[in-house]
Design a protein around this ligand. Structure first.
Ligand code: OOG
Ligand code: NI
Length: 469
């Protein structure tokens, strides 16, 4: 009876992501067009498709139910304090840090995690995720711009006093809020993630930081942690990309991630170019007009989560394809590059049964058509029970990101590739440093998926009377 006084964090996450979507639509009207395109492509795909990859996704994780609300956003933070506070905000809506992403190999002085729900039940309700990167001052070469950036970042406060107060209240209530607190919480949070038209730095400082590294200007010169995109999930990225082109959006040339397959794995993404927005910079004689490229559009198609073995094979094949592509003469075009990728991936099995037998993909198990009244042999293998129709399995959706795709998306939206490559002095991961900045550990991707798979098998064993609670 007590608990009913509090809002369910799953409901609050739904409200929160809807508020963010409404805000972003106002800020970036193109986002509204994008959503319409994706929704109509999804409706058509769901209706007409007998494609096993679509039916597996449809029946598998109830994608069609959560699909309408499914979004990911991305923010870029400057300091450990900002990261810790954002962690507290997301905890209130049932999102926790999963995975560590090192972006330094791509020349970005950043590392990241993804805040997202972690249990199958929470994910099926609303799988909202936010890719959250943190600046790594240790990777900045130029001492002067590093000092400038850190000075700006120490000065700024991207959280309203009401929001901080509500975070304290929530923490005393085991990360729960009452309805009236919850609506203030959503309103105040939007101030942190919304766009602020007046920069926190003068035009001069902005230019200096931008020259050093475009990401530095974006992270340090503004008064909020503006979300820089909000991505819907499409069931058919090729069709959605084609539709975007037809409607005149400037789509990025290549789709990032694995090639098209019958059994999609991980994720494929593409974006349209960043908007140039007019901004005001504080100057000696008042506000000065200027512009900044910050926000862009992106769509993604999600496939199955791969096991460590599957990921190893994926990385090996991707590296092999990249090696071949970079050895190509300059005249080689995008479709030829895509063909190389496609051919290289012939070694990655493209059949769900095969992917399961080789333990390349995580599966969610449930009782099959022949489960009722079946005689179960002593200590049966999972494969044996699947073969008898006692168990059935659908692939578990990949809920995370790919650092190389992320780097590709970053770069396509910052412009000037050469600058980016030498912007960070060196490249090495700092998993420990990130967790220290965050104030807690990030969950391990594989553990999260393996737990979901194990839980489904345990549930089946219980239902079959093979195990005790
Ligand atoms: C984050 C880019 C990463 C994705 O989908 O891989 C990302 C950023 O540009 O801040 O959102
Ligand atoms: Ni993204």
């Amino acid at each position: 009876p007590f608990q009913q006084e509090f809002v369910d964090p799953n409901d609050l996450r739904m409200t929160f992501s809807l508020a963010m979507s409404a805000m972003y639509k106002k800020e970036v009207p193109l986002y509204g067009d994008l959503i319409k395109i994706v929704q109509s492509v999804n409706d058509e795909t769901l209706k007409k498709s007998t494609d096993p990859k679509i039916t597996a996704m449809r029946n598998g994780d109830l994608a069609s139910e959560r699909l309408e609300f499914e979004r990911h956003g991305a923010i870029r933070l400057g300091t450990p304090h900002e990261l810790q506070t954002v962690r507290r905000i997301f905890a209130v809506i049932g999102m926790y840090p999963v995975g560590y992403y090192d972006l330094s190999p791509a020349g970005l002085p950043m590392h990241a995690t993804c805040f997202r729900p972690t249990t199958p039940a929470a994910l099926s309700r609303n799988p909202f995720r936010v890719f959250t990167t943190l600046l790594r001052p240790d990777l900045l070469k130029d001492a002067q711009s590093k000092d400038l950036a850190l000075e700006l970042l120490t000065k700024r406060n991207i959280f309203s006093p009401e929001l901080i107060e509500l975070l304290n209240v929530a923490e005393r209530q085991n990360y729960r809020l009452r309805p009236i607190e919850a609506s203030t919480f959503v309103r105040e949070s939007m101030k942190t993630f919304g766009w602020r038209p007046i920069a926190a730095a003068s035009k001069d400082v902005y230019r200096k930081l931008k020259d050093e590294h475009p990401i530095l200007a974006d992270v340090a010169c503004f008064q909020s942690a503006h979300i820089n995109h909000l991505t819907p999930r499409t069931l058919d990225i090729a069709a959605a990309q084609e539709r975007m082109r037809m409607e005149g959006l400037r789509v990025k040339e290549r789709i990032e991630g694995p090639p098209p397959r019958m059994c999609p794995v991980l994720l494929r993404q593409t974006s349209f170019l960043a908007l140039e927005e007019s901004t005001h910079f504080p100057g000696e004689g008042g506000l000065e007009e200027g512009c900044h490229k910050a926000r862009f559009g992106e769509i993604e198609e999600r496939g199955a989560a791969v096991t460590e073995r599957g990921r190893f094979l994926y990385d090996e094949l991707l590296n092999e394809a990249m090696r071949q592509i970079s050895a190509c003469p300059r005249s080689v075009d995008t479709s030829q590059k895509d063909k190389i990728l496609f051919n290289t991936f012939a070694r990655f099995p493209d059949d769900w049964d095969e992917l399961r037998r080789q333990a390349l993909v995580y599966f969610d198990y449930y009782l099959g058509a022949s489960a009722k009244g079946a005689t179960i042999p002593p200590s049966p293998s999972v494969e044996d029970l699947v073969a008898r129709g006692v168990l059935a399995a659908v692939p578990i959706t990949y809920e995370d990101f790919l650092p190389m795709s992320a780097a590709g998306i970053f770069q396509s939206n910052l412009g000037n590739d050469t600058k980016i490559i030498d912007g960070a002095a060196t490249s090495f991961p700092d998993h420990f440093g990130f967790q220290q900045a965050l104030g807690c550990a990030v969950a391990d991707l594989d553990t999260v998926y393996a737990m979901a798979q194990d839980a489904s098998l345990r549930r089946c064993a219980l239902e079959l009377g093979m195990a005790e609670d």
